[in-house]
Design a protein around this ligand. Structure first.
Ligand code: ZN
Length: 282
């Protein structure tokens, strides 16, 4: 049997099941999504320095930024934020095709962004034109707009934007019961991202600040994440330069030929908040 969400294999009769980890993680990630969605939708200020959970999401999803399953979302988010930051609010399909190379059609991506109220799409001169909504503008102008292009700011905003998109997909995935009829963009379950989030966030949720590379490897290998993908993730966890890459790891500890990662304090604080909210609501 294969877990419908994470890919864990269990011996037994054929068919789908949900593993214990996924059963525990699903309501946690749903709570995280609820907090983030309401912040982005309702707050006038979407500041990752005060709303640290936004930074957490950006950091977590960035860990899989180069994964082919999620790369397309990253690229389109970068383009949209670049445009919005430059106060250009329309993107033609032609422009999009030039900037984001993909063999996939845009339909599923457009639908996703429209569902989240981030863009509207119309057809003009036989091509689709994307218009950025106020929700996107609000996010892009978070740190003000200046005439000079600040690449670091754009990268940081794009991470948050992509984090929101990817978390929305992960949230949908958390409701899957069967493997048939996956209502996700391109019918793809971002399994690597799911597993990375599950491992890191569940550790933090349980109050466990440090994990070893071996524990991580064991967790994702059981779920058939290839070693090359695993290596990419480990490498991005080791890159701790804050603003432009991930800000998840406070310290890489090397002892007894073993590499361990210590999560940033803010990760622990945010996940404790999620835990407190859940126990209060129950
Ligand atoms: Zn599972």
């Amino acid at each position: 049997m294969i877990c419908v969400k994470c890919g864990l294999i269990k011996t037994g009769k054929n068919g789908d099941f949900e593993c214990d980890d996924c059963r525990e993680f699903s309501p946690i990630i749903q709570e995280v999504y609820k907090i983030i969605d309401s912040t982005i939708t309702n707050s006038d200020v979407i500041d990752p320095d005060t709303e640290r959970i936004l930074q957490l999401m950006a950091d977590c999803t960035f860990v899989t930024a180069n994964n082919p399953q999620t790369a397309i979302f990253y690229k389109i988010c970068e383009l949209i934020i670049q445009k919005a930051y430059a106060q250009e609010y329309e993107i033609t399909e032609q422009e999009l095709n030039k900037s984001v190379r993909t063999t996939r059609s845009w339909g599923d991506v457009f639908k996703l962004f429209q569902d989240l109220g981030l863009i509207t799409v119309r057809i003009e001169d036989f091509q689709r034109i994307i218009t950025l909504t106020d929700k996107t503008k609000k996010l892009a102008q978070q740190f003000g707009t200046t005439s000079s292009f600040n690449e670091q700011v754009v990268v940081r905003l794009a991470h948050i934007y992509a984090g929101y998109i990817l978390l929305h997909i992960i949230n949908e995935m958390s409701y899957l019961q069967e493997d048939t009829d996956v209502p996700l963009p391109y019918g793809i379950k971002p399994k690597t991202l799911w597993n990375v989030l599950m491992f890191i966030l569940e550790n933090a949720y349980r109050g466990q600040q440090t994990f070893s590379e071996e524990e991580f490897t064991k967790f994702v290998s059981k779920r058939r994440i290839p070693s090359t993908t695993r290596g990419d993730i480990i490498r991005s966890l080791q890159t701790m330069s804050g603003r432009t890459t991930q800000d998840l790891i406070k310290e890489v500890i090397i002892a007894d030929n073993q590499i361990s990662f210590k999560l940033e304090d803010y990760v622990m604080v945010e996940m404790k908040r999620v835990r407190d909210t859940r126990s209060r609501d129950r």
